[in-house]
Design a protein around this ligand. Structure first.
Ligand code: ADP
Length: 192
């Protein structure tokens, strides 16, 4: 796992005074199924019956029991999320969030993507024991959401919730996406 966002350690010192920890958002390039976190967020589809991309990787890593649990749900509307156990994964939970398919931007796609991140954080909070959580770039694969706007929406939600967690991880699949996220995070922090 490569860390691409510089972090300020809570235990580092500036002179004699402990420096306040600045960032709890880590931007990493990794296969999300390998991360040691309490909850991994999945970019699921509304049927909750598995698929390709990150969804397929999570189902393979978790094993067939995750599908057995998912079948208890009839499906999940776009913008919502459901929580299952992580089974064979290191993560205790998988939070299956359904992002929108990009259809040109006139069908509330940005609001629905923001809601998918909010719903994932809500499912994490309800569990009562999630301190570390990792997100893929929801909707930016086969759902074709433009990456710049998706990064802004994802990181805005993460900034809104970072104080509630020990660690929020934005897990990207390639270096180019990580560079975009790093620049976006710097710019969003500056404007707050
Ligand atoms: P969606 O259908 O929501 O677009 P995808 O799985 O097609 O979901 O892609 C979402 C993002 O997840 C893409 O940026 C893709 O590169 C990334 N991705 C795919 N597999 C993994 C993985 N194993 N770990 C982390 N990110 C992944």
């Amino acid at each position: 796992m490569r860390l691409t966002d510089s972090r300020h350690d809570a235990t580092s010192f500036h002179g004699c005074a402990p420096r306040r920890r600045q960032s709890m958002i880590d931007i990493v390039v990794a296969d999300i199924t390998t991360l040691e976190v309490d909850a991994v967020v999945n970019a699921a589809n509304g049927a909750l019956r598995g698929g390709g991309g990150v969804d397929g990787a999570i189902h393979r890593a978790a094993g067939p029991q995750i599908m057995t649990e998912l079948k208890l749900f009839p499906g999940c509307p776009t913008g919502e999320a459901v929580r299952t156990r992580g089974y064979k994964m290191k993560a205790k939970y998988v939070i299956h969030a359904v992002g929108p398919i990009w259809r040109g931007g006139g069908q509330s796609e940005p609001a629905l993507l923001a809601r998918a991140y909010e719903s994932a954080f809500a499912r994490a909070k309800e569990s009562g024991d999630v301190k570390t959580i990792a997100f893929p770039a929801i909707s930016t694969g086969v759902y074709r959401f433009p990456k710049y706007d998706a990064a802004r929406i994802a990181l805005t939600a993460m900034l809104d919730h970072e104080s509630e967690y020990a660690r929020v991880i934005a897990c990207l699949f390639d270096d180019e996406d990580a560079v975009l996220y790093r620049e976006m995070l710097t710019s969003l922090r500056r404007s707050r």
